[in-house]
Design a protein around this ligand. Structure first.
Ligand code: LUZ
Ligand code: MOS
Length: 751
């Protein structure tokens, strides 16, 4: 089945929040952000701005009827700054006017009285001064301290990986309007409709049922709208409630880039010990997460870094300690992979360090340590249905690794100023929200009298194709053609208490609930048909909208059965709820069974570096990926390819930079480079590692949203290997590997 939005997307007919026809009297809101990264907010002078053309109101913290608090995990984040500012561009005031243009002009007329304080922008500095969010946590298996003496080779060092701008094509935005009862309806571009509803309820002092959140689709999310779509929706709602008018708030790109959090930058200290056979006997890492100004989802992201700190390797003695460090930058947040990529980059760095020091390819170490069936993860779960070796072997064969290495070697010998580098990147990613509560979903099915069907779930369509998969689930379960099933917008009044569409688990959780609801309706309809045909239910089956009796088509359609069920007063609707079974985690012991299953795979990446200019291209990326028993190859391939390119971007050209005053320097698309079509590897091949899949995955088709991003980590090491073919002096393990950094590494200044 094709992505149901494909045609609408490419012909420009898909609707986003800003495209919804405006209601009469709609006002426009613009946000004033702090010009300082850290300071005391003494006064806000709005008098002049209030006189400006078209301005209706200017709202600040004192206009909030409920709690001025939007923190999800910790209550440490005001909606609007009150008394202090903690990062540059932190929202201070909402300017509401008759047009976006007028609101923006008025914004410049507001005068702020801020006493500057020194900002902290280094996570290590924040850690040293004890500015840590939540607990410093340690995950551990065996004890590295006991075995360092047994290691033949020991290497240690430091590394870092940068943040990443989400760059969803649709910027953050919402449209809120009051209803006749004084309640609110909010159209929001959010991955978490319930988060918007719950936070609006808290800030506006209204019960949750007074707030309806509706989400048609998102023009991309990537984690950036899991938590951070909420403030804009709540600000629009606050203005709508105060002014009794519809209020639209759409961030311009530059405001979005300045105000919203990004992927967390990390720094780390590592130590790795190997035996003569290249087995990793011990690995230790300390992760410093740059959380930005408030907690947001940082503690959960930190936890996932710990869950993935040994990637797809079995290490008998491993210890990871991680701290979420508070700095004066935007509050960093969920981003595809959710801390996993940073944890994996650290161990890949340690392995690369060992390989470089021992003058052997890193893939020898990688392949000697891959997870096997029955191995234990540092968090206590037993690895089951492990695909690490299958994927690795399939890839080695597919790329003919020995021949390929020889070819690269020969190329490098004969090209003094062009060098190629190869890196392999295995992945292992746990599927489930690490917060157990979130692993639940609901679905609602209505069959109408004419046999057409409407489905609703908590899943948010953000381009990833989940709506397409939901229609597949309903049409398959009900035995109907897909065009008889319509999927509704995600809405908190239809489906309540939704988890955000995140953690790669959306199709699994919502699909399982939906399949259950459809099965119940299906069985009731078969019961009606059995009476109509005077036979036993067990002889009947619905397929493609027709009924089959003992495998033979009968002159009775789904539509006729639906009408008959209605006439007989049999319910044609169902709601079902699904909760992933078997999950547990003890945060005291840091042990348990947090994931329903794992996704595996392996990538080979080949880069060519131009050693005069420092620029590089990717010749080839070849991936063997564990899709399970894939239910939609087009959709899943789209996710894999997009994820890989996004991962390569993070590791290579996307350089997020704040200066020491906490000012975002990479604040526009002229200074923050993302992969375009020319940066995509010339050959990008994704092969399916076909197998039975997981019973916890929808139709055994494994989760695909996040795992492929981590193949991109190999891009850093492929370029690094090419540089090392030109010059062999060690250089810092610091991602992203921008062209500038490559040039510096190619020509190190003599020490
Ligand atoms: N979001 C979340 C996530 O709230 N919990 C998670 O475990 C998670 N994992 C990946 C991506 N988003
Ligand atoms: Mo996410 S990083 O919103 O799955």
């Amino acid at each position: 089945m094709k992505h149901i939005d494909a045609q609408k997307h490419v012909t420009g007919r898909s609707l986003y929040v800003d495209d919804v026809p405006q209601r009469e009297g709609t006002l426009h809101a613009v946000i004033l952000g702090s010009p300082e990264a850290h300071g005391k907010l003494r006064a806000i002078h709005v008098e002049q701005a209030l006189q400006a053309q078209g301005v209706v109101a200017i709202l600040t913290a004192k206009d909030i009827p409920g709690e001025n608090q939007i923190g999800g995990i910790f209550p440490d984040e005001p909606l609007l700054a009150d008394g202090e500012v903690h990062y540059r561009a932190q929202p201070i005031a909402i300017i509401v006017a008759d047009s976006d243009h007028h609101a923006r002009l008025a914004r410049d007329l507001i005068k702020l009285d801020i006493e500057s304080l020194r900002p902290v922008t280094s996570p290590r500095e924040a850690y040293a001064s004890g500015d840590v969010i939540g607990r410093v946590r340690t995950f551990k298996i065996g004890d590295p301290s006991d075995v360092w003496e047994q290691c033949t080779h020991i290497f240690s060092g430091q590394g870092s990986c940068g943040g990443q701008e989400h760059l969803y094509i649709e910027t953050q935005g919402a449209y809120a309007y009051p209803t006749e009862t004084g309640h609110l309806r909010i159209l929001s571009s959010t991955q978490g409709p319930t988060a918007v509803q719950r936070t609006a309820s808290r800030v506006l002092d209204l019960p949750m049922h007074a707030i309806e959140v509706d989400v048609l689709r998102l023009g991309g999310g990537f984690g950036g709208k899991e938590d951070q779509a909420t403030p804009w929706a709540v600000m629009a709602a606050l203005a709508a409630l105060k002014l009794h008018r519809p209020v639209k708030l759409i961030l311009h790109r530059l405001d979005d880039m300045a105000m919203t959090g990004k992927r967390h930058p990390y720094e780390f200290d590592y130590k790795i010990g190997l035996d003569p056979d290249l087995r990793i006997l011990a690995y230790e890492v300390f992760l410093y997460q740059d959380a930005g100004a408030s907690a947001d989802l940082s503690p959960a992201v930190l936890e996932r870094s710990l869950f993935h700190f040994t990637n797809s390797y079995f290490v008998p003695n491993a210890r990871a300690t991680a701290a979420s460090c508070r700095t004066n930058t935007t509050s960093h947040t969920a981003f595809r992979g959710f801390g996993g990529p940073q944890g994996m980059f650290a161990i890949e760095t340690a392995i690369a360090h060992a390989a470089e020091a021992l003058s052997l390819p890193a893939y020898r170490i990688q392949s000697a340590n891959l997870l096997r069936e029955g191995d234990t993860f540092p968090y206590g779960q037993t690895a089951q249905d492990v695909r690490a070796h299958d994927a690795w072997k399939a890839l080695e064969q597919s790329i003919e690794i020995d021949r390929l290495s020889d070819q690269i070697e020969a190329f490098n010998q004969s090209h003094p100023f062009q060098k190629k580098g190869l890196a392999l990147m295995p992945i292992c990613f746990g599927i489930s929200f690490t917060k157990k509560t979130l692993n639940q979903a609901g679905a609602l099915v209505h069959v109408y009298q004419d046999g057409s069907v409407s489905i609703s779930t908590g899943a948010v369509e953000m381009g990833q194709g989940v709506s397409t998969k939901m229609i597949q689930v309903a049409s398959h379960t009900l035995g109907l053609p897909a065009d008889r099933v319509r999927i509704e917008a995600t809405n908190t009044s239809r489906i309540a208490n939704t988890s955000p569409s995140a953690a790669s688990a959306t199709a699994d959780l919502n699909g399982k609930a939906l399949a259950q609801a459809c099965e119940r309706v299906y069985h009731r309809l078969l019961g009606v048909a059995a009476v109509m045909l005077g036979c036993d239910v067990s002889a009947l089956k619905l397929q493609h909208g027709r009924i089959f009796r003992d495998g033979q088509a009968v002159e009775l359609s789904f539509d006729q059965i639906a009408l008959e069920a209605y006439n007989q007063r049999v319910s044609l609707s169902e709601y079902a709820h699904y909760a992933t079974p078997g999950l547990s985690f003890d945060t005291t012991l840091e042990k348990g069974h947090p994931f329903a299953y794992h996704v595996y795979g392996c990538a080979a990446l080949i880069a060519t570096v131009d050693c005069l200019r420092g620029i590089y291209t990717f010749d080839r990326v070849h991936v063997i990926h564990d899709f399970g028993d894939c239910m939609n190859r087009d959709v899943d391939l789209g996710q894999a390819e997009g994820g890989i390119v996004q991962g390569i971007g993070w590791m290579t050209m996307e350089e997020l930079r704040f200066n020491e005053q906490g000012r975002l320097l990479s604040n526009a698309l002229s200074t923050y480079k993302v992969p375009d079509i020319f940066a995509v590897p010339e050959q990008l091949r994704v092969e399916f590692l076909d197998h039975a899949g997981s019973p916890y995955a929808i139709f055994k088709s494994k989760a695909v949203g996040e795992p492929p991003l981590m193949y991109g980590i190999g891009a850093y090491f492929a370029i690094r290997n090419a540089i090392r073919a030109f010059q062999s002096q060690p250089f810092a393990f610091s991602a992203p590997m921008t062209h500038e950094k490559v040039l510096m590494a190619l020509y190190p200044t003599p020490s």
